[in-house]
Write a protein that binds this ligand. Structure first.
Ligand code: 5RP
Length: 222
């Protein structure tokens, strides 16, 4: 199976999970990226079952609306029973690195509201220790150099994502060379640096369910 076929399989499994677990008429949280895009396509045939969705990026909002799915402002929504999103790396404790697509801050906000976070990923994303994938950090533009110096003190090598501006008007530093032994601690430590909006570690609020695409089928890891 190709990587895209694995992504499609987990996207379909996530649509089935949502159908079984989100009450009719509820609002679904939807992530960003190629796996999340497959999920949007798998969700579309059932769109009348739900009131609509909250999007974690402008790209996702456009794709949802393209399928005729109503997109709500998060401020108008009290509860999100299920949030479905991809990851760049996920460990066995369901901590993740996210933000390869640059949507980490909105993803983290939607995840904070959601009751259940369902991570969908092909098997290549499962790791024992995170850090091989450069950790994205969203920064306020005027703080870029300061934050880069502070990240270097933590042992990483920050690289500005060239030509990229987030949906929030900020920049991304991709931090290479971190070996992340304490994901929750590092997430909190980086978020303490003045000028950081948020970082792509999702450990304080990890996933609740991982649907992992393998050549033997979709594995559910809790
Ligand atoms: C976007 C993300 C994505 O979930 C992550 O980059 C995975 O993307 P893909 O499904 O394309 O592999 O965090 O900000």
């Amino acid at each position: 199976m190709t990587q895209d076929e694995l992504k499609q399989a987990v996207a379909q499994a996530a649509a089935d999970y949502v159908a079984a677990n989100a009450p009719e008429g509820s609002i679904i949280g939807v992530g960003t990226g190629s796996t999340a895009n497959f999920f949007i396509d798998a969700l579309a045939p059932f769109k009348n079952k739900y009131r609509g969705a909250v999007a974690s990026s402008e790209a996702t909002r456009k794709r949802l609306e393209g399928h005729g799915i109503t997109v709500f402002d998060l401020n108008d929504v009290d509860t999100i029973p299920v949030y479905v999103d991809g990851a760049d790396e996920v460990d066995h404790g369901l901590n993740m690195i996210k933000g390869g697509g640059g949507a980490l801050t909105r993803e983290k906000i939607v995840a904070a509201v959601a009751q259940t976070f369902v991570c969908i990923a092909d098997g290549s994303k499962l790791v024992t220790t995170m850090g091989q994938f450069p950790l994205p950090v969203e920064v306020i533009p005027m703080a870029r150099a300061h934050v880069a110096r502070e990240l270097a003190k933590l042992g990483g090598t920050p690289v500005l994502r060239e030509g990229f501006v987030t949906d929030n008007g900020n920049l991304i530093l991709d931090v290479k060379g971190l070996r992340i032994a304490d994901p929750k601690g590092l997430e909190a430590q980086i978020n303490q640096i003045t000028g950081v909006v948020t970082n792509g570690l999702f450990a304080v609020r990890p996933a609740n369910v991982l649907l992992l695409g393998t050549t033997d089928g979709v594995r559910t890891i809790l």
